[in-house]
Design a binder for this molecule. Structure first.
Ligand code: NFS
Length: 635
């Protein structure tokens, strides 16, 4: 199997091979064959009478020591993955909410409220009084309401209840999957999956849906507060891929998830004193910040920061020999980075008390001293720059232009330039007319198990040829950005005639002088909430529920437990959701059946597992056709 379709990644891998540095691909090869019990979900370590394994071929044991069978083991495994994902997004969101609160009471001076309009819009939506009130008072109430979401409440989560359709809420109530606290439902999931609690696979899976809906609320809180503190994104042009590293600048990569770190690093890197110090150290072009993974998306769409690479290829940024500091917060950061950094002058810098990595420098980052910490981080990078080995520099001269930053507000704003009175009308009219056949949200990661980006690039070509509008978040957007799909040129080259005409009309009205890019970049993984907002607005306008719309989702190369949580709430929201990698469920026929079929009867959404990208695109197109027929539209 080829390791990647990205020539910059391949060039970096070649460099690693030359110097004997091991990367994720080597470590994966060393794991082959991977454990068949784990792969099928038939391994349980939930108690100390285990570990227990069930023989998928039916010859060996069919039960663990406690009597748990394959269905229970697989359902518990999925449920715990959703809980871990929810805890991650929840942790990120809670961090944001605490910072908003501290900002409002004057204890986080580096985090002023940048987007009052967004603050007021969120306040209005969640029932916080806005009129004649001081911004800080509103922010305190919004932050308190957000923090209340984490422990057990009497009522459903506000961030889920106020952002979904009425039909969805009724469905969630009907199946008793309405979460009332983000942290409390994570705890409930851990409880019900521990030794000797829930042994009904369907009940366990419904528990996973409940937890996933809390994940959705967490994502939405994270998006809302990021916009309040750092500004709501608008389309902006930047570049993506390893060629964005600059040999004449101090290169600093921000990697991880929370803009609370990356946004401040970007701000401080613009300070004259910092730039002067970099120049004095010999970096004639000053400081160059580049992004990796989701925090890269956050600063890409708000500050034009170029994206160096994403998820599976994160090590390649160090392999350029020109990275002076890799600055990380939490999530999706390979511990291997600090080993590779050791082979170079690169400083690996951790910043969060819950995410330390041996051999990294730890510069703690707190709301009270954010800018000061950022100055220390950048100074450390400047010192490292002085130790660069020119013989080791190998920056592939490869990068693509990329438009980023299509927030819900930006999309609606662009549409309203076409129709001032009724901004959603152009979108809906074009869906009805078939110029937009359907919508596909690409989300999720890059995995070492698939040729990097191959599924993304093959699927998008099939879909857009058939006039499917493409939204993307997370490392999915990274894949498209690195391959040049986030450009008007890609629209001209790949879009079907109907889609092209729509993207041209909106692009022209928005003053871009050409079509909108082929992929609308909606942000990081928590920003999947933005895609829901657009979909809910369309559903409400049409007077139908989400499970009737010709909207689908795809994670062609999923990796993390967060992706499992997002996929689960996408399905519960009514979206048929494609996975390009088989999740660890095949050990249970019951669970596989529920996730790919039975769940459709409950929520309308379901998982489509298809590793072949062309077949996957065909499957999504036929789902869109079915939905269109359901709405009485031409298929
Ligand atoms: Ni999403 Fe973002 Fe990327 Fe996957 Fe990780 S960075 S939160 S989990 S790997 S898309």
């Amino acid at each position: 199997m080829e390791k990647s379709t990205d020539s910059a990644t391949l060039s970096a891998i070649k460099e690693a091979e030359k110097t004997g540095i091991k990367t994720v691909w080597d470590r994966y090869a060393a794991q082959i064959p991977q454990c068949g019990f784990g792969e099928t979900g038939l391994c349980c370590r939930n108690c100390m009478q285990g570990p227990c394994r069930i023989d998928p071929f039916g010859e060996g044991p069919q039960m663990g020591v406690c009597g748990a069978n394959a269905d229970i083991m697989v359902a518990r495994g999925i449920s715990r993955a959703v809980a871990a994902g929810t805890a991650s997004h929840g942790g990120h969101a809670k961090h944001m909410a605490h910072t908003l609160f501290k900002s409002a009471i004057g204890e986080a001076p580096d985090y002023p409220i940048r987007d009052e309009a967004k603050l007021k819009a969120v306040a209005n939506r969640i029932g916080v009084k806005v009129d004649n009130r001081d911004v800080r008072a509103i922010a305190i109430d919004v932050a308190k309401k957000a923090l209340e979401e984490f422990s057990e409440k009497e009522s459903p989560l506000t961030w889920a209840a106020t952002t979904m359709t009425k039909g969805r809420i009724d469905t969630f109530l009907k199946y008793n999957v309405v979460p009332t606290g983000i942290d409390s439902v994570v705890a409930e999931s851990m409880h019900r999956t521990t030794y000797g609690v829930d042994a009904d696979p369907v009940n366990l899976l419904l528990g996973a849906v409940k937890c996933a809906l809390a994940d959705y609320a967490g994502c939405h809180i994270a998006t809302d507060i990021a916009d309040i503190l750092f500004g709501t994104p608008h389309p902006t042009l930047t570049r993506a891929n390893l060629g964005v590293l600059n040999k004449d600048a101090v290169n600093i990569a921000v990697h991880g998830h929370n803009p609370l770190l990356s946004d401040i690093v970007v701000q401080v890197a613009g300070e004259k004193d910092m730039i002067d110090r970099a120049k004095t150290a010999g970096a004639s072009e000053g400081i160059n910040i580049v992004g990796v993974c989701c925090t890269g998306n956050e600063v890409m769409m708000r500050h034009k920061i170029p994206l160096a690479t994403s998820s599976v290829s994160q090590e390649t940024v160090i392999l350029t020999g020109a990275l002076d500091a890799m600055v990380v917060d939490y999530q999706c950061i390979m511990p291997a980075l600090s080993n590779i950094a050791e082979c170079y002058h690169t400083k690996m810098i951790t910043t969060m008390p819950i995410a330390k990595i041996p051999k990294a420098v730890h510069i703690e980052f707190s709301e009270a001293n954010a800018k000061e910490s950022a100055r220390r981080i950048i100074s450390t990078a400047i010192e490292a720059f002085k130790k660069r080995d020119p013989n080791k520099i190998n920056i592939p001269d490869i990068s693509s232009a990329a438009f980023a930053g299509f927030s819900t507000e930006a999309i609606i704003g662009a549409l309203s330039l076409v129709n001032k009175e009724d901004s959603l009308k152009p979108l809906i009219d074009n869906i009805v007319a078939g110029n937009i056949y359907g919508v596909c949200l690409f989300a999720g990661c890059n995995t070492v198990k698939v040729t990097q980006d191959a599924n993304y690039t093959a699927m998008i070509k099939e879909l857009v040829k058939n006039n499917v509008l493409i939204l993307a978040t997370g490392c999915a957007s990274g894949a498209f950005a690195r391959h040049g799909f986030m450009t008007p040129e890609a629209t001209e080259k790949y879009a079907g005639n109907g889609l092209k005409a729509v993207l041209k009309a909106v692009g022209q009205a928005a003053g871009l002088g050409g079509p909108l890019p082929l992929v609308l970049h909606m942000g990081s993984c928590v920003d999947n909430s933005r895609a829901v907002d657009v979909t809910v607005a369309v559903a409400n306008k049409l007077g139908v529920d989400l499970n009737m719309l010709p909207v689908v989702a795809s994670a062609p190369e999923p990796v993390t437990e967060k992706a499992v949580a997002i996929g689960t709430w996408a399905v519960a929201s009514g979206l048929p959701t494609h996975l390009g990698v088989v999740p660890p469920v095949l050990g249970s026929k019951t669970v596989t059946q529920v996730l790919t079929s039975t769940v459709k009867e409950l929520f309308g959404g379901y998982f489509i597992v298809e590793p072949d990208p062309v077949k996957a695109a065909e499957a999504l197109l036929s789902v869109i056709a079915e939905r269109r027929r359901g709405l009485g539209l031409s298929a």
